[in-house]
Design a protein around this ligand. Structure first.
Ligand SMILES: O=C(O)[C@@H]1C=C(O)[C@@H](O)[C@H](O)C1
Length: 151
């Protein structure tokens, strides 16, 4: 069964309590629940992961081909603005992905507008909160259908 990987970077484990005025009050566990509910009727497996460690995220991306992952929804969090290593991991496994940010990174500190991922992403969703994950999931489904990648 084809899988979609939803991968989340540092501090997103604190969603719901972390700066709710910026990141909202929804927890990462609730976002996962909503994506699993969307994936189930599609016959898609969902791998949902979060780590505060760059190498753990890299290893998860390296495993994508072995795990049957055909698309990634990726919130690199603060690594968005710093991690060439994560960029290279995605390029190494040639994994299509959508970059997601809960906040509007272009309406915040200037450094948050810099992304090491946007130019290699299928698209970027930023500022729509948790809805951004579900919108990315819809786009992923359409991409997989259009490329006949869904088993
Ligand atoms: O909005 C988000 O999801 C991103 C999440 C973070 O943790 C920040 O470091 C990014 O700058 C923005």
């Amino acid at each position: 069964m084809s899988a979609i990987l939803c991968l989340n970077g540092p501090n997103l484990n604190l969603l719901g309590q972390r700066e709710p005025g910026i990141y909202g009050q929804i927890t990462l566990a609730r976002i996962e629940q909503r994506l699993r509910a969307a994936a189930e009727p599609m016959g898609l497996d969902l791998i949902f992961a979060q780590s505060n460690a760059e190498h753990v995220l890299i290893d998860q991306i390296h495993r994508a081909p072995t795990d049957g992952v055909v698309f990634m929804i990726f919130n690199p969090a603060a690594f968005t603005h710093s991690s060439i290593a994560l960029r290279d991991a995605i390029l190494a496994v040639n994994l299509p992905f959508i970059e997601v940010h809960l906040s509007n990174v272009h309406a915040r500190e200037p450094f948050r507008a810099q992304s090491y991922f946007s130019d290699i992403a299928m698209g970027v969703i930023s500022g729509l909160g948790a809805d951004g994950y579900e919108l990315a999931f819809i786009a992923a489904q359409n991409y997989l259908r259009s490329t006949n990648t869904m088993n």
